[in-house]
Design a binder for this molecule. Structure first.
Ligand code: ADP
Ligand code: MG
Ligand code: MG
Length: 250
């Protein structure tokens, strides 16, 4: 059963066509990895799936849980269960990490969250991510290190329990310990939330403890190869050279 169906998607950014016909299907509970050279449109796909208005869908369709959401605004997609963790998380002065997550949870569920229960759950989850509890009352991402920002993103993921999480280079710039902790957080999401994942990454470190169902390679705004978990290893060894346009390959 498919959770997400992307059909022949064309996306423009600032009048420039970036995605040229992307097809992608993600089933319930599946983990997909998206790899590709820099500037090839991976983040663009993430933003387009989330409904960022700067990314204009020129043609094609996005279906989620059996509904056509191609035109749906960001908040509707979040409510439906799509989550995007950013490559560069924003700093939000004046809003604590705790209140930000509680508010997002109330928006998503349409229900008030009892403060006591919420705080208990937040504390338990921060422990998994080895985050000091004091971070809950700090302004969102303000003065957080790169690693702390990424952990805060995973904390949101585990608290919001979306049905599809798109993680855009959540592992970039992290030291080995932080990668391991973030990876443990993602594993918790796989196992306990039974969520689907689209992991955009350049490294295999974050994938070591995760089970990967499918790997996709995007080059110049198109998914040009799909394989199983072993494709990650192959790309790690050989890079993207074989996909590059050379005289022989053309
Ligand atoms: P990737 O994530 O694969 O590195 P991106 O999706 O970030 O690639 O970028 C694809 C192309 O789109 C790049 O040429 C980039 O410069 C361009 N692009 C992405 N976002 C914007 C934006 N907001 N404004 C202008 N150009 C953009
Ligand atoms: Mg499958
Ligand atoms: Mg990117």
């Amino acid at each position: 059963k498919q959770l997400l169906n992307v059909k022949n998607l064309y996306v423009d950014v600032e009048e420039k066509q970036i995605l040229h016909g992307v097809d992608l299907s993600i089933g319930k509970g599946e983990t997909h990895v998206l790899m590709g050279p820099n500037g090839t449109g991976k983040s663009t796909l993430g933003y387009a799936l989330m409904g960022n208005p700067r990314y204009t869908i020129k043609s094609g369709e996005i279906w989620f849980q059996g509904k056509n959401i191609t035109e749906a605004p960001v908040n509707e997609r979040a409510k439906a269960g799509i989550f995007l963790s950013f490559q560069n998380p924003l700093e939000v002065p004046g809003v604590t990490l705790s209140s930000f997550i509680r508010n997002a949870l109330e928006q998503k569920t349409g229900k008030r969250q009892r403060l006591y229960d919420f705080k208990k759950e937040l504390e338990r989850t921060m422990e998994i991510l080895q985050m000091d509890p004091s971070y809950a009352e700090r302004d969102l991402n303000v003065g957080f290190s790169g690693g702390e920002k990424k952990k805060a993103e995973i904390l949101q993921l585990l608290m919001l329990k979306p049905s599809l999480a798109i993680l855009d280079e959540t592992d970039s710039g992290l030291d080995v310990d932080a990668v391991r902790t973030v990876s443990a957080g993602i594993e918790e999401y796989q196992k306990n939330c039974k969520g689907s994942l689209l992991i955009i990454t350049h490294s295999t470190k974050i994938l070591e403890s995760l089970s990967v169902d499918h790997t996709h390679v995007m080059v110049e705004g198109k998914i040009i190869q799909t394989g199983d978990a072993s494709l990650v290893e192959e790309i790690n060894r050989n890079g993207f050279a074989k996909y590059e346009k050379t005289e022989q390959n053309q």
